[in-house]
Ligand binder design. Structure first.
Ligand SMILES: [Zn+2]
Length: 363
């Protein structure tokens, strides 16, 4: 099984009307027939129920995502927020989409909110043939916490199924973020205290390194980076989106896991849409870097971010849909990784983190 730690499923449903009960190919066909603008901005769809199934992607961290109006491309009429109240409405709406997806298509999607639900899900996947239809498990991750109006509403988000929160996308009122450096603010400190009290897993992706370092020192519960590549392999980039070595080391010391993003521009920042695709071995280089840096295969996984602002034309050679993530296995083998290492990278590392955060169901 593969666990993918970052997919903006609800955002694509909300902003682009993508129907992920279908296959990525059906979505592409439908968008071509209706002359949709979506592929131009968001790329060719890579996600879809049959593709998850085919790639044995049995668990996905499904995000709640929205951006501020100030960062919206004026040509695109996607939803965006001006105020925390507006952000709250968008994030609540997306959470509702996951609940609806699971309620209306229980054969295809299932929310994983407790350890019991997780264990039953794993049991079903282990017990069924690889090609048998089964639901994809969704763990809800809030990306950019502007939808949280005040820490006292964190228990409600938890109650409704959110288990992971990343405070930043661009800068937020909680901390510096991508392209907008800065530390944790007093509001950010209060958010993290509230998150720790309830029990959330903290996602450092998009946090400015300064804020990430502060959080790594103070956040007492589990810490991950759901989708972030090592900065050391992108020396020509001046972006604060990538993880400096000291943050990688500290994350590993905190037993964190980092999801590598198979997006060409995150593998080689000189790459531009329309350039020839990068070789798939680039993804293995990023995985291997984290393993070498941290001394084991325990702290890396996949956080594809597929359909998160890019599509199949912007991923390495051989990655057409999410199912193709399985092609990483032979490349890792060739690089000396054992079956156990590959199982850790594909699934067990993320499984460890979600086992820690998911509560036992109330009796
Ligand atoms: Zn992101």
């Amino acid at each position: 099984m593969i666990i993918d730690a970052h997919e903006d499923i609800a955002w694509n449903m909300l902003a682009y009307g993508r129907d992920y009960t279908r296959s990525a190919y059906e979505i592409r066909q439908q968008e071509a027939q209706t002359h949709s603008e979506t592929p131009r901005y968001n790329g060719q769809a890579m996600l879809g129920y049959t593709n998850w199934l085919q790639g044995q992607v049995g668990i996905v961290f499904g995000t709640l995502f929205a951006g501020p109006a100030r960062k919206r491309n004026p040509e695109r009429r996607v939803p965006a927020y001006e105020t925390p109240d507006e952000a709250h409405r968008l994030y609540r709406h997306e959470l509702g989409l996951y609940h609806r997806l699971a309620a209306e298509h229980p054969d295809k999607f299932r929310l994983l909110r407790t350890r019991q639900e997780l264990n039953a899900h794993i049991g079903q996947w282990k017990g069924a043939p690889a090609d048998a239809a089964k639901p994809i498990g969704l763990v809800v991750l809030m990306e950019g916490a502007e939808g949280v109006r005040a820490p006292d509403e964190l228990p409600v988000w938890w109650e409704d199924g959110v288990r992971i929160i990343g405070p930043a996308w661009v800068g937020t009122r909680f901390c510096g973020g991508t392209g907008e450096p800065g530390p944790l603010t007093p509001e950010g400190d209060a958010l993290l205290r509230g998150m720790a009290e309830v029990g959330f897993l903290l996602d450092l992706s998009h946090m400015d390194p300064q804020a990430a370092r502060q959080a790594l020192e103070t956040y007492p519960r589990g810490v991950i980076a759901s989708h972030a590549n090592p900065a050391a392999l992108l020396p020509q980039s001046r972006s604060n989106r990538f993880l400096p070595d000291d943050v990688i080391t500290r994350l590993a010391e905190r037993d964190g896991v980092i999801g590598v993003v198979p997006y060409n521009r995150f593998l080689d920042t000189a790459w531009r849409r329309g350039d020839p695709p990068l070789p798939l071995s680039k993804v293995v280089e990023h995985i291997d870097y984290i393993c070498q840096r941290t001394g084991s295969s325990r702290h890396v996984g996949i956080g594809s971010d597929f359909d998160g602002g890019f599509g199949a034309e912007s991923t390495p050679e051989g990655l057409d849909t999410v199912a193709d993530l399985q092609k990483l296995a032979p490349l890792l083998h060739a690089r000396g990784y054992t079956n156990d290492d590959i199982a850790a990278i594909f699934a067990h590392n993320w499984l460890r983190k979600i086992r820690e955060v998911l509560p036992s169901a109330a009796a």
